[in-house]
Design a protein around this ligand. Structure first.
Ligand code: URA
Ligand code: SF4
Length: 213
């Protein structure tokens, strides 16, 4: 199967990875998106956050989480006492997948095969950054890290250590789920739960983590 593995540079650094990922044809998504949106943040961040895939704004800007979902994420992090300078933020899939509706580009969920094809970039980011803890934002990130049988709603807000993981993972919802809430009461409730999950991550970092698997 084609994957990002064919495009990995020999020497791993965030700079070499970013440059190599810009030319990745590891799956078909590069054909439609504007550019690869690689992760960014602190090179030795203690906390690495993984989203699903870039959205329309991220595809235009070339940076992760700069659109509406990013605003929710950054509000959540601030409320949980996690400083932007302490994190590295990336996505399970590095190209924007969408359906065109007139002039709009509507988010289209990546398939398992695309999540797998893109995993070598995430693996390489984890190897370079060596975070102590990972936050999986939503089911796609959780699936990429923990496997497709993982049930997000059962395990959100827990610190999960599993063989083969580079660091324990705290799964939570995707910040877009807060935006999709049907009314403001539900939105506030979702935001509170999202912040509570992020606080669990912050506390785990402050008080110590289960040993790496
Ligand atoms: N949603 C994501 O999962 N990632 C982004 O970078 C933006 C929106
Ligand atoms: Fe490569 Fe990932 Fe983009 Fe597919 S989505 S082309 S694997 S960077």
């Amino acid at each position: 199967m084609e994957s990002a593995a064919d495009y990995l540079p020999k020497n791993l650094s965030l700079t070499s990875l970013r440059t190599a990922a810009a030319g990745c044809h590891g799956c078909d998504l590069y054909k439609y998106a504007t550019r690869t949106v690689f992760g960014e943040g602190r090179a030795r961040a203690r906390l690495l956050l993984v989203g699903e895939q870039p959205g329309d704004s991220e595809d235009r800007a070339g940076r992760p989480f700069v659109g509406p979902a990013g605003r929710i994420l950054h509000q959540g992090l601030e409320a949980a006492g996690i400083a932007p300078r302490d994190i590295y933020v990336t996505n399970a899939v590095k190209h924007f997948k969408f359906i065109e509706r007139g002039k709009r580009r509507i988010h289209n969920k990546p398939k398992t095969i695309e999540i797998r094809a893109c995993k070598p970039w995430l693996e390489a980011e984890l190897e370079v950054v060596r975070p102590e803890l990972i936050v999986a934002l939503g089911a796609t990130a959780a699936q990429s890290l923990l496997g497709s049988t993982f049930r997000l709603l059962v395990s959100r807000g827990r610190v999960i250590a599993q063989p083969g993981l580079r660091a324990p993972v705290v799964p939570t919802i995707h910040p877009s789920a807060v935006l999709r809430a049907p009314d403001s009461e539900t939105r506030h409730a979702e935001m509170r739960k999202f912040i509570a999950d992020l606080r669990i991550a912050a506390k785990a970092l402050a008080t110590g983590l289960p040993p790496a698997a």
